[in-house]
Design a protein around this ligand. Structure first.
Ligand code: LLP
Length: 408
């Protein structure tokens, strides 16, 4: 994509701000949003950015300005969305396993709420009856997604109300006079196969007669983005067309004019992000040359947690001969980013960049080993902006309450 951040610019930003550093190019987000809306132009589609992927306020403000709505998975994400300028009408709160108090706050704020358990649906009914519309997050019993950890729709998943419990849903709907405005299914992340989305659509279609008040059918997020060179993402043009045809068919056959909602996270922000690191040490092991970089799973956990692949490039010595390396972090545990990875010859001090690091990178970070969260920079056109400072020691200390020792 032509708007991608150049390596020269990443090197300059590393020199200016130090490493490890996250760099996000919001022009890439704009391009992704445009591609999305074009792919779905014939469908009655509405998009809600799944902000768990990346919540920096400046990024959220950019996404709000694009006209995209937002999907939140916690009440704190909703507070951040409000701060970034999303009106409550543009905020969807898709909960899972949360306490009812958070749902009450979401209602008080005027958000759209998807509920994912019979228990919370019952409490919701008792509190609001039919005065506040509500959506249902369903578990369709479909195995999909890039790996089991990011698969959310299968029969043993903790997410959603099992579709086989529809009679209990109906009993609650009738007992409380609930106004069910939406049905929601998110089968997982990195779903490449269009058939999965259309299978969900068929499940919705079969349920429609039971729900007279529906406004939206929410198919979640999970569009596959390519991480490896040879990978292909979800065919968005084909999906957009299939969804348009499906909703037109629903209108024709059932007389129901409904909205198609989607909650893309990765699709919008994965490609915009680079994670820039520096090489601390190089070690020769019996079977591998080990490159130790100045970060670890506290800053990018996807490779360790999901065996996820991120392209890694040596941008300070790109002309070096290709050699095979194991790339590891400096956390005091095994934190391997890549094994047997061909890289342009690596020297201590070189700058290694991880591509496709915008989604679930910084966001899944921690302070493990009392390490800092990295700084974040936003690039837009020719301009660069620091949008979050690197942590400092005070950030590790500020919530601690010191009690003097007393040995008896
Ligand atoms: N909607 C719901 C209800 C979700 O649970 C998620 C992701 C999304 C939308 C957005 O999915 P996306 O379009 O980003 O694939 N941390 C993992 C991904 C787990 C996402 C959890 N839920 C990763 O780094 O691969």
């Amino acid at each position: 994509m032509s708007v991608q951040t150049s390596d020269a610019r990443l090197l300059a930003l590393a020199a200016e701000h130090g490493t490890p550093l996250y760099v996000y190019n919001v022009d890439v987000i704009s391009a992704q949003y445009k591609a999305l809306t074009q792919a779905f132009q014939a469908a009655p589609a509405k998009f809600f950015y799944a902000c768990k992927a990346l919540t920096n306020l400046s990024i959220l403000q950019h996404i709000a300005a694009l006209g995209c709505n937002i999907d939140c998975s916690s009440i704190n994400e909703a507070h951040l969305a409000l701060r970034a300028g999303f009106s409550p009408q543009r905020i969807l709160y898709t909960s899972n396993g949360i306490g009812f108090a958070e749902i009450q706050t979401a209602v008080a704020l005027g958000l759209t709420v998807n509920i994912d358990s019979l228990s919370n649906l019952d409490k919701f009914g008792a509190a609001y009856g039919g005065t506040y519309p509500v959506g249902l997050r369903l578990r369709p019993n479909i195995m999909a997604g890039g790996n089991l950890k990011i698969s959310t729709g299968h029969a043993n998943s903790k997410f959603g109300i099992p579709i086989e419990q529809m009679d209990q849903v109906q009993a609650l709907r009738q007992a409380h006079g609930l106004r069910i405005a939406g049905l929601h299914v998110h089968t997982g992340s990195e779903v490449k196969d269009l058939a999965v989305f259309m299978q969900v659509a068929e499940i919705f279609a079969a349920l429609l007669p039971q729900f007279p008040d529906l406004v939206y059918l929410d198919m979640g997020g999970g569009f596959k983005v390519p991480y490896k060179d040879e990978e292909v993402g979800t065919d968005m043009a084909a999906l957009g067309k299939a969804v348009a045809d499906f909703f037109a068919h629903l209108e024709k056959t059932q007389g129901r004019k409904l909205e198609a909602w989607f909650e893309p996270g990765k699709y919008l922000v994965s490609a915009c992000g680079h994670f820039v690191t520096s090489v601390n040490v190089i070690k020769e092991n019996p079977t591998a040359t080990v490159v130790g970089i100045n970060t670890g799973f506290n800053n990018l956990i996807r490779p360790m947690f999901y065996d996820a692949y991120h392209r890694i490039r040596n941008i300070s010595h790109p002309q070096g001969p290709l050699q095979s390396y194991t790339v590891v972090g400096h956390i005091c545990e095994t934190d391997t980013f890549a094994t047997d990875r061909p890289l342009a010859q690596v020297r201590e001090g070189d700058v290694l960049v991880f591509d496709n690091a915008g989604a679930y990178g910084f966001e899944m970070g921690s302070h493990y080993n009392s390490r800092f969260l990295p700084a974040q920079v936003m690039v837009r056109g020719e301009e660069n902006f620091l949008i979050r400072k690197r942590d400092q020691l005070d950030d590790l200390l500020h919530n601690q309450i010191l009690i003097a020792p007393k040995i008896s």
